[in-house]
Design a protein around this ligand. Structure first.
Ligand code: 13P
Ligand code: SF4
Length: 419
């Protein structure tokens, strides 16, 4: 029997996972004893990963006004030599300094619009900065202000496990006629390491984002009998389902089990092989929250990100990327009530932008993406001051060979326009 969601098995005490003070006042929270802008450096980080450098104490102690002034001054001095990109999930104190704010697909394109900039400072997470480095000109530097800003979902698929699963599948499908359609096309979600994007480039595959996933799946189905989709099971399942792929043809593999934990015939009949990854922010959204929103606000419109579990996407009125959610709200009418299932910084920003509508987060225990949150303005000020001193701090450099293959898969992604 196919299990549809491993993360349902993970039980957490929701109240315990977030500090209410954080939602009430991020700045106050950052300055509270024991936390502070450099606090993420104290996190336990598994080996082998890149280790963040220390944020100098002077920057940890600077107040909001001074950091703001430093960032503004550095940007002014650096002018066109610098471009700052900010993901929708970044806190407002960072977003206000971004030259482009957008979803992953838009920011990958935004990096390409400024080929003359010497430096791209990416206020987002590690895989986004890697992507910018792969797409950038060789002379351009890409900086991730805090190297500890990763993505827990991206970490759920590593190169060795994907390679091992791929070999097992290749063995199983070895008797299939490959003349017109390949047996499997690898599709990686943008939220993955450069190594996995390179894997897709090497094996006739492609990268997708949440905004162009449907176009990418069509591209892949035109070339293969089935897809291996990683790391996000939910985006893969939700997109496949919306395209009419039956659930029983979307088994979730378990890369740690013999035979990938799925019956061999089921693997043969599969159209989408799902990797068991998930986003810890979006897995918090539930159908019960939607039912409660509908009971408390008759007529409420519910929009969620497709990293949410399938029953949540099914119960919502609409699902789409962070930019889709932004446009959904922009297209609403004054007086509308909108419940959103995505990261809190974006929800709060939309609520502030449209004060004539009632906009709230589906999850009552307001949780930010803790890794996006690691881009504190202290780090931004520190890397920009570094540029003024001629020093490139926290640079992201993807190995040339990996970048060359990853670029193939990324260029296919850029050509697959969102519908
Ligand atoms: P978007 O591509 O929709 O911006 O999503 C990125 C992400 O990490 C959502 O969790
Ligand atoms: Fe990764 Fe989830 Fe954060 Fe997006 S919200 S960056 S998928 S952990």
């Amino acid at each position: 029997m196919t299990t549809f969601s491993v993360d349902e098995l993970i039980t957490t005490a929701p109240e315990a996972s977030c500090d209410a003070d954080l939602a009430a006042g991020p700045w106050a929270f950052d300055l509270s004893p024991g936390y502070g802008p450099g606090a993420s450096e104290d996190d336990v980080i598994p080996d082998p990963v890149v280790r963040p450098g220390q944020l100098p104490v002077a920057y940890q102690r600077m107040d909001e006004a001074e950091l703001h002034a430093r960032i503004v001054a550095a940007k002014e001095t650096l002018g066109d030599k610098l471009v700052v990109l900010g993901h929708f999930y970044q806190r407002d104190e960072v977003v206000q300094h971004a030259d482009f704010v957008g979803d992953s697909f838009q920011l990958a394109n935004a990096a390409l619009t400024r080929p003359d900039a010497e430096t791209i400072v990416f206020c987002g997470v590690h895989f986004m900065a890697e992507t910018a480095d792969i797409l950038a000109r060789p002379e351009q530097h890409v900086i991730l202000p805090n190297l500890a800003a990763g993505c827990s979902m991206a970490d759920m698929a590593d190169e060795d496990s994907v390679e091992a699963a791929w070999e097992e599948l290749m063995e199983l499908y070895a008797d299939e006629d490959q003349s017109e359609l390949a047996s499997v096309i690898p599709v990686t979600y943008m939220n993955s390491s450069a190594a996995l994007k390179a894997f897709c480039g090497r094996h006739g595959g492609i990268v997708c984002t949440s905004s162009n996933a449907a176009t990418v799946l069509e591209w892949a189905f035109a070339r293969g009998r089935r897809l291996l989709f990683f790391p996000d099971q939910h985006l893969g399942r939700n997109t496949g389902k919306a395209m009419g792929v039956p659930l029983e043809q979307m088994p979730m593999i378990n890369p740690r089990k013999p035979g990938l934990g799925v019956d061999a015939q089921e693997l043969r009949d599969a159209r989408v092989l799902l990797w068991p990854g998930f986003c810890s922010v979006h897995k918090r959204f539930t159908v019960a929250q939607i039912e409660q929103a509908r009971a408390e606000h008759p007529g409420v419109k519910v929009v969620v990100h497709p990293e949410s579990p399938m029953p949540v996407v099914d119960a919502a009125d609409a699902a789409g990327s962070t930019d889709f959610i932004r446009k959904f709200v922009a297209a609403s009418e004054p007086g509308d009530v909108i419940a959103i299932g995505t990261e809190i910084n974006l929800v709060n920003r939309l609520a502030a932008e449209y004060p004539d509508r009632t906009i709230f987060c589906l999850d009552p225990v307001i949780c930010p993406c803790s890794t996006m949150y690691r881009i504190h303005p202290g780090y931004l000020a520190w890397v920009l001051d570094g540029l003024l001193e001629g020093e490139v701090r926290n640079e992201i450099v993807v190995d040339d060979d990996v970048a060359a293959h990853a670029k193939v898969a990324l260029e296919r992604m850029l050509a697959a326009l969102p519908k």
